[in-house]
Design a protein around this ligand. Structure first.
Ligand code: CA
Length: 536
């Protein structure tokens, strides 16, 4: 039979074929559940209610059972957490080469996995990290803002993901930035990690007072330098083993800082190679140094991004680190049994521009506008997560806790004596057309319940910035600057920059949103808030 080229077909035939093609693929491309109209199920007093999807849960369970049969162990979990990388920085979210920093590895995982467009962190570093580690919002785990310069606070009294997975037989490894409190009880080796290699604080405390450009008044003054040197915070790259003491490896000077992401990548690569020989599954919590200010690119990457700015060079480097970890998993035969979740701990930091990332949304790190909390979220698992998926279903980083417990088969070990905000999103991630099991995203501005999102609508009660001051140099931790007694309602599909409140037209949803806020607030009556690190 003679083959007919598409170009040779008549215009009519072409249009019919195209129409069929679009009709065939369109339901998959645009498919999205109307979560606003769905009822939630209250699975327990101490648990965030869920949207149930029995069919996709069955599909997910079958996939996992087949996998366990093949690999004879539970799946590995790799959380790759970037720092201050905005929603708009990776190429797969509109940045990448277009903004001077190609992110080919992040983009590839998004292309071959599930790209989440509504993945939410907390407004800043430590609150998010502790939320991932506990499955609980900051008002419950108590770290409302980042502890700085050795401040105590942290994870004491919490049940961490590392502890639960460790008990389930996982090898638990943390690499990179910790920043959940320097106090002994909050250090990684005391909250469930077998091994830790990284630093305890946040990048800027190691370098800013050493940098003659930003701190000439300290660098040129031995007396002032002495004050910082005597300040009680750990200034070193450290290492620790479960139950042991923290060991200082070397002081983090600016040249050392520029090598940290490389050192941490090497450490994780070695860990992954070791794990290939183990009968136990692993949990690797790899937190990059990049791209928190100030960025000092590794010599290998300095000036190598098209933008040639430090933030961009470092973004290219951490993308390369991700590529190295994935390659190691592939070479050691572990890629098909490892969930890789790539995300960032908050929106871009705009007070340090141009050492800063990008978000197309309003606001930035430190506030509850979308720019502060909506972050990249990519779930990749070769052979398990259907390639090429994109979903705007809600995913909160607290869901990593509950989802990981589910993958490890220990959902029964999720604490029952405290409130858990995370939702088990296993079926959302691994069912071929999975929908999110989360109906509500809550936005907390430290101690204030600022907003709630349901579907495409976001109802706002209080904000940290006003219209006049949230465009440039957005402040990080100013707390509530504006409260709206009447409220504001934004449609994030029509108005992603949250500039046109049209609550008066949407009063039909008022009860839905007021109920959501009230029910969420009520959970704190039975499970009172805990404050460990706050502004007051
Ligand atoms: Ca951060």
């Amino acid at each position: 039979m003679k083959r007919v080229q598409f170009e040779q077909l008549s215009r009519f035939t072409k249009s019919i074929l195209l129409a069929y093609t679009i009709a065939f693929f369109a339901p998959y491309a645009v498919r999205a559940e109307d979560s606003l109209a769905r009822q939630v199920t209250h699975i327990a007093d101490n648990r965030e209610p869920v949207i149930e999807h029995p069919d996709q849960s069955t599909q997910a369970s079958e996939k996992l059972a087949a996998l366990e049969k093949k690999f004879k162990k539970k799946p590995n979990i790799l959380v790759f957490l970037m720092d201050d990388v905005g929603w708009g920085d990776p190429g797969c979210y509109g940045g990448g080469l277009a903004s001077g920093a190609p992110t080919e590895n992040i983009d590839r995982l998004a292309r071959e996995g599930l790209r989440l467009t509504s993945c939410y962190a907390q407004p800043s570093c430590s609150p998010t990290r502790a939320t991932i580690m506990t499955g609980r919002l900051p008002m419950r785990h108590g770290i409302l803002r980042p502890p700085m310069y050795g401040e105590p606070g942290g994870l004491q009294g919490e049940v961490t993901l590392a502890q639960v997975l460790s008990k389930a037989g996982y090898t638990t490894q943390a690499v990179g930035k910790w920043h959940m409190g320097e106090n002994r009880e909050s250090q990684p080796q005391n909250v469930g990690f077998d091994d830790f290699y990284g630093f305890l604080g946040v990048s800027d405390v190691y370098t800013e007072w050493r940098d003659p450009y930003f701190y000439p008044e300290i660098v040129s003054s031995p007396a002032r330098t002495k004050i910082v040197e005597n300040s009680a915070f750990n200034k070193c790259l450290v290492r620790s083993k479960k139950g042991g003491e923290l060991e200082n490896v070397e002081e983090i000077t600016i040249p050392v800082c520029s090598t940290l992401d490389e050192k941490w990548a090497n450490y994780s690569v070695d860990f992954l190679k070791q794990q290939a020989k183990s009968d136990k599954p692993f949990f690797l919590y790899h937190c990059t140094r990049g791209c928190h200010f100030d960025n000092y690119p590794n010599e290998k990457f300095k000036g190598k991004s098209p933008a040639r700015y430090p933030f961009k060079d470092v973004l290219v480097e951490i993308d390369d680190v991700l590529g190295r970890l994935v390659k190691t998993l592939e070479e050691t035969g572990q890629l098909d049994n490892t969930l890789i979740f790539v995300t960032s701990d908050n929106g871009p930091e705009m007070e340090t521009w141009p050492d800063a990332g990008y978000t197309p949304f309003r606001g930035a790190k430190g506030n509850t506008w979308e720019g502060g909390m909506r972050v990249p979220g990519i779930a990749y698992w070769r052979g398990v997560i259907t390639p090429g998926r994109t979903s705007d279903g809600l995913f909160d980083l607290s869901d990593i806790f509950t989802t990981s417990c589910s993958l490890a088969g220990v959902s029964n070990d999720i604490p029952k004596d405290r409130y858990i905000d995370g939702v088990d999103q296993t079926s959302f991630l691994i069912s071929p057309n999975g929908d999110s099991n989360r109906k509500f995203e809550y936005y907390w501005l430290m101690k204030t319940l600022s907003a709630v999102r349901i579907g495409e609508f976001k109802f706002f009660r209080a904000a940290s910035t006003t219209a006049a001051d949230d465009v440039q140099n957005v402040g990080g931790f100013s707390g509530v600057a504006e409260t709206y007694s009447y409220g504001k309602m934004f449609n994030l599909y029509l108005d992603p920059k949250e500039t046109h409140s049209y609550l008066i037209r949407k009063l039909v949803y008022n009860e839905v949103f007021q109920n959501a806020l009230k029910k969420h607030a009520d959970t704190f009556k039975k499970y009172p808030p805990k404050i460990s690190v706050s502004v007051e």
